[in-house]
Structure formats: C-alpha cells, structure tokens
Design a protein around this ligand. Structure first.
Ligand SMILES: Cc1ncc(COP(=O)(O)O)c(C=O)c1O
Length: 391
C-alpha cells in the first residue's frame, strides 16, 4: 500500500470513528489524550471475538505471530515478551529482572514519568543517583557522561525516551552511545509513549530493556505491555535479586516457548493487537513514523499560529506524539478544558505533577491523522476567546 493510499484509508476510517460513542448515552469524542488513544472500528470488532483457550493451539498461533510482528516494530532480534499489564508493568519488569537491592543506578528525569521511573527503582531498593533536568527541555547527554565518569559503581542507566508530561523526546540515541558504547552499562528504557510512533531501533541503539504499552501507539486499549530483552539483560537476570513473581521474565520466556503466558493473558486485547500489527506493518513503519512527524508538525505550527506558546522551546526535541502548550495566563484551565469537552467533544489532557496548572496537552499518537488535529484547532479558535484568551 502506498503512503497516500494508507493515509486516505486512515482518514476515511477516522471520520467513521468519530460517530462512535465511547459509552451508552455519551456523545462521540475526539480523544486527544496521549493515551488511551482512539481505536479503529475493525479493531473494536476484533476484540469482541469469543474467548479461546489460552492454553490451546489458537493462542499458540496468536502469541507467536504477534511476538514476531512486535519484534519488527521494535526493530529487534532480541527476545520480546507481551505482559498483561499497563506500561508500568514493563518498567517494573525491566528493573526487577536486572537489578538487586542496593545496586547503584543513574536515572535521568525531566518530567512526571522520569520521576516515576526513579520512584519505581527506589521502591525495589535500588540506590538511585537521580539527575534532574528542566521540565520542557531534553536530558543532556554530556551530563550523563560526566555522571558515569564520576561514579564508576553505577550499574544501569534508566531513561524515558519520550516524556509524555512535557512533550519532549529525549536524545536516546546519544544517551545510548554514551551509556552503552562508552561505559557499557545496562540501559533500561521507558518507551511507553514513543514506541511504534517515533523511531526507536532497539538493536541499532543497543538498548537492553525497552518497555511500552498497548494504549499508546498500538491503536488498542490499555491492558498489554511489551518489553524487549537483550542477551546482556538476560545475563543480569541470572544474578538479579530484586523480588519478582508476576513480572519474572524467565517465566514469560519459558511459557512463550510453548505458545503461552505464565498467567491468564488479556485475550481480547491480543485479538486487537493482532489486527493492529497487521495494519501498522501494512502501512509500513517508516510511513507510520512519517505520519506522526507530519501530524505533530502541523499541531505545533497551528497552535503557534493561534498565538499560543509551546512549552518546548527547542523544536529539535518536540515530541511527535504529544504537544504541550502553555496555558495562557488569564485563562482558567479547568473551564477551558471543560468547554472543549462538553461543547466541542474534544478531550485534551492537562498538565501533570508540578506542571498541572501550567500547560495543556494535545495527544497525536496511534490512530491519528491531520484531520483529527484540524478539528482541535477549529475548536480552539472558537473556545479560547470565550475563556478570555487574547493573543
Ligand atoms: C512515558 C510514560 N511512561 C510510563 C507511563 C505509564 O504507563 P501506564 O499508565 O500504562 O502504566 C506513561 C503513561 O502515560 C507514559 O506516558
């Protein structure tokens, strides 16, 4: 399928999707949160298929097919496991399968999800050297190099590829070159809001563990997490002493060999995943990345044309999956977002953590085309003056 045909196909489907009510008695919405994201109708239909035996031959076929397809999306030959959990489960799996209590780790953060990775590692007893960077800006790879130079005891580097709370894509390739190429540390990556939308070639960048979630770029609901595991990470797994049970990846690997998962999988989400992966690979990952990049650029340009200010000053780091916009000074954020939802049926996301009141965010990932965003822009033009915005 050519890129244009693919986008045309997406457009027609997206328009159709707008007619769908999220719940009984609810008006159809243009869901612009950075996850969960809208789902194509045929995927919704696939997910309503009857249950199958998760220890039977049909599931064996399903898990093996989807795992191989996921490896293509991750651009990896490493092992890859599908977990029944939200994205945080994959991040917990990355930590508890490679580290022991007291292990020194470097965690770089510039937002709410970077902070959560720190909290997670600390909860399991890691000795975290936390590096804070300004929210709205990128992690500085040189600072990572310096920290690793200064502290040779560090075993692993934890990093968020795309910081959803600020709309920043961190320079993971450069960070990986340093953490892996120069210092040979374990590299654990939160790719929850980037994988499948923004290029992250896991093998080319030598990332040891990369975790992501179904409700972001994969056009299916929350409920599945995906994690890739390098040889090096499996070696670390042999000696890692952090407590683990549900997220013990050695159990997941053993089960996968016989076409199963250790515990009952989210079968409905698996049905959706299978079709979603067919669609993504049919569109072609380069085209999928290109679609995200062009929709994101259109979002940023249009928002600026309205006289609004983007949070991310250096556009080189602006995310292709979510755009953070500064809340205009004299605008009541709650009233503005409430009006967008109730009068325009557009659901935006607010800020998170210390930026709760300072920004609003427009999600543009997964099942998204330019028309979804032009609707947002038209609605912003109408609603913003009504809540006191003067450019
Ligand atoms: C970058 C990032 N990391 C982690 C998470 C947590 O994922 P989940 O809520 O699926 O556990 C999210 C969710 O928004 C995210 O965007």
């Amino acid at each position: 399928m050519t890129p244009t045909a693919t986008l045309g196909h997406f457009r027609a489907e997206a328009a159709d999707n707008k007619k769908k009510k999220p719940m009984q008695n609810m008006t159809p919405q243009n869901l612009r949160t950075p996850g969960p994201t809208p789902i194509p109708h045929d995927i919704v239909d696939a997910m309503s298929s009857p249950m199958i035996n998760h220890r039977g031959p049909e599931f064996d076929t399903l898990i093996k097919k989807t795992t191989e397809q996921l490896k293509q999306v991750f651009m990896t030959k490493n092992d890859l496991m599908v977990l029944t959990s939200s994205g945080t489960g994959s991040l917990e799996a990355s930590v508890v399968n490679t580290l022991s209590p007291g292990d020194r780790v470097l965690a770089a953060t510039a937002g709410a999800f970077g902070d959560r990775f720190v909290d997670l590692a600390e909860a399991f007893g890691a000795d975290v050297k936390r590096m804070d960077f300004e929210w709205g800006g990128p992690i500085d790879p040189d600072a990572i190099r310096k920290a690793l130079n200064d502290d040779p005891g560090i075993k692993a580097v934890l990093v968020t590829h795309n910081e959803t709370s600020t709309g920043v894509t961190h320079p993971l390739e450069e960070i990986a070159k340093i953490a892996k190429g120069e210092f040979d540390k374990l590299l654990l990556v939160d790719a929850v809001s980037s994988l499948g939308c923004i290029p992250l070639p896991v093998d080319a960048w030598d990332c040891d563990m990369v975790g992501t979630a179904s409700q972001k770029g994969f056009m299916i609901p929350p409920g599945l997490a995906f994690i890739s595991i390098s040889e090096r990470a499996w070696e670390a797994q042999q000696t890692a002493k952090m407590p683990r049970f549900y997220f013990d990846l050695a159990e997941a690997k053993k089960a996968l060999e016989i076409g199963q998962t250790p515990y009952t999988p989210n079968l409905s989400a698996f049905f959706g995943l299978s079709l979603a992966l067919d669609k993504l690979l049919e569109e072609g990952m380069e085209n999928v990345f290109g679609r995200h990049a062009s929709v994101a650029q259109y979002t940023r340009d249009s928002v600026e044309e309205l006289g609004l200010e983007l949070l991310v000053a250096d556009q080189a780091y602006a995310s292709d999956t979510v755009t953070a916009v500064k809340m205009p000074k004299n605008v009541d954020g709650k009233a503005f977002m409430g009006k967008m939802r109730t009068e325009q049926n557009i659901v935006l996301a607010g800020g998170q953590g210390k930026m709760s009141a300072d920004i609003f965010r427009i999600g543009h990932l997964g099942y998204v085309v330019k028309e979804d965003i032009s609707e947002v822009i038209t609605a912003l033009k109408k609603v913003l003056p009504e809540v006191g915005f003067k450019p």
